[in-house]
Ligand binder design. Structure first.
Ligand SMILES: Nc1ncnc2c1ncn2[C@@H]1O[C@H](COP(=O)(O)OP(=O)(O)OP(=O)(O)O)[C@@H](O)[C@H]1O
Length: 390
């Protein structure tokens, strides 16, 4: 995942934020975890999670394997109960309400289509369970199948469908009764790349048309960034950070989030001074750098700063030691160790003393391509260098 993916996602999320697209229903609910802990014997799968999901929001639970994403979603679905804490849906405590008495659509891998029923009957099932029959039921089935472009497959049995088609039908079954809450666990993970991207786009469109709150689980960062209004990053059963994709990318709370969502360079040092939102610190290699920080830091404090690969700038050093392009930001000497052409950008591995940094620079006719062995002056604007937690 790169910065342009984040920008595209931001634009898409901003567009969906306005939600002027014709919405076919007008209900959605909030969902909340209040001090939720879940233990399996000695394993604490979730540790005191507080998380409030807004009505109509597309919220993604993101984290590495074993971080607790599925456990959190399973508790929200009502398939299991927390060891302590409460789950509220629409402001009401639902912690011990069974799944069939919660008005929610579910697309879980373990919640497969009924193999002995054709597509039509798979969709009719949740409607019948809600007492919806006759012409209304048929209308809802046709509309749900149209939404996932599977209207031509109503008579087929699941075994006569591809994996991708089965997932579309599972999605149609989950949305056929216009649930105010839709829960999806790694629902697109079995699809090949093209179909997955197509489904991501369709799901996002669907979210804009439905008014449902969607809670989506994935371990795929790019998917989380493209789809979500907000992302909740989990690690080892804890909620590490909650925010918009761009906030998490630009202002990660710690090294884990910075490294998990995109690429990051980390620079360690000791604080010299703090002025407003900026901190001057000296790196272990003796370079003095200016970074931005939300917190106050005391002189002598050990800090870790983070810069994304596109936040580093380089200019070739002239033979007299000066810098080719003038720059107001103080620069440090470095050498280009390796260059890789990526098509629309170059990726550079730079060494400045004991610091190794990765930089990406877009390719254009106006930018000079650096070569391995070039002596350069490296600069990082203070807004691109952020003090984060270790
Ligand atoms: N029924 C269970 N019994 C015992 N331990 C469990 C059970 N379910 C989950 N766990 C443990 O709880 C932790 C969180 O698991 P969970 O499935 O929620 O993670 P996840 O983030 O969804 O992982 P993945 O991406 O691999 O699906 C893991 O350590 C897992 O082994």
């Amino acid at each position: 995942m790169n910065a342009s993916a984040i920008q595209t996602a931001d634009m898409r999320n901003a567009a969906s934020g306005t939600r002027s697209v014709s919405r076919e229903t007008s209900h959605s609910v909030s969902a909340e975890f209040a001090g939720v802990t879940k233990s399996f014997g000695s394993v604490k799968a979730l540790d005191n999670i507080d998380l409030a999901i807004e009505p109509g929001e597309f919220l993604t639970l993101l984290g590495p394997s074993g971080s607790g994403k599925s456990t959190l979603l399973t508790l929200l679905a009502g398939f299991d109960q927390p060891t302590s804490g409460a789950i509220k849906i629409g402001g009401k405590v639902q912690t011990h309400v069974p799944p069939n008495r919660r008005n929610q659509g579910i697309v879980f891998q373990s919640y497969a289509l009924f193999p002995h029923m054709n597509v039509h009957d798979n969709l009719a099932y949740p409607l019948a369970a809600r007492g919806i029959r006759g012409a209304e039921r048929e209308q809802l089935i046709v509309r749900a199948l149209e939404r996932v472009r599977m209207e031509a497959y109503a008579e087929r049995y699941p075994s006569q469908l591809s994996g991708g088609q089965q997932q579309r039908v599972a999605l149609a079954r989950a949305i056929v009764f216009n649930p105010p809450l839709l829960l999806m666990d790694e629902s697109l993970s079995a699809l090949d790349r093209n179909l997955r991207e197509e489904m991501q786009f369709e799901l996002k469109e669907l979210h804009e048309r439905l008014s449902a709150t969607i809670v989506f689980v994935t371990h795929d960062q790019a998917e989380a960034v493209t789809m979500s209004d907000r992302i909740a990053v989990l690690n080892k059963g804890q909620l590490v950070q909650l925010g918009s994709p761009s906030a998490l990318y630009k202002e990660p709370a710690n090294k884990f989030v910075a490294g998990f969502l995109g690429e990051a360079n980390f620079i360690e040092g000791v604080v010299d001074s703090h002025d407003g939102d900026f901190v001057r610190f000296t790196t272990t290699a003796g370079h003095s750098l200016l970074a931005s920080s939300r917190k106050k830091h005391a002189k002598g404090e050990q800090v870790v700063a983070m810069v994304r690969p596109e936040g580093i700038e380089c200019a070739l050093t002239r033979p007299d030691g000066g810098v080719a392009a003038g720059d107001s930001v103080k620069s440090m000497p470095a050498v280009v160790e390796r260059v890789v052409f990526l098509g629309n950008a170059h990726r550079y591995w730079l060494r400045a003393g004991d610091l190794q940094l990765i930089m990406t620079a877009p390719c254009s006719a106006r930018t000079q391509t650096l070569a391995s062995g070039d002596q350069v002056a490296l600069s990082i604007h203070a807004h691109d260098l952020r003090i984060i937690e270790a």
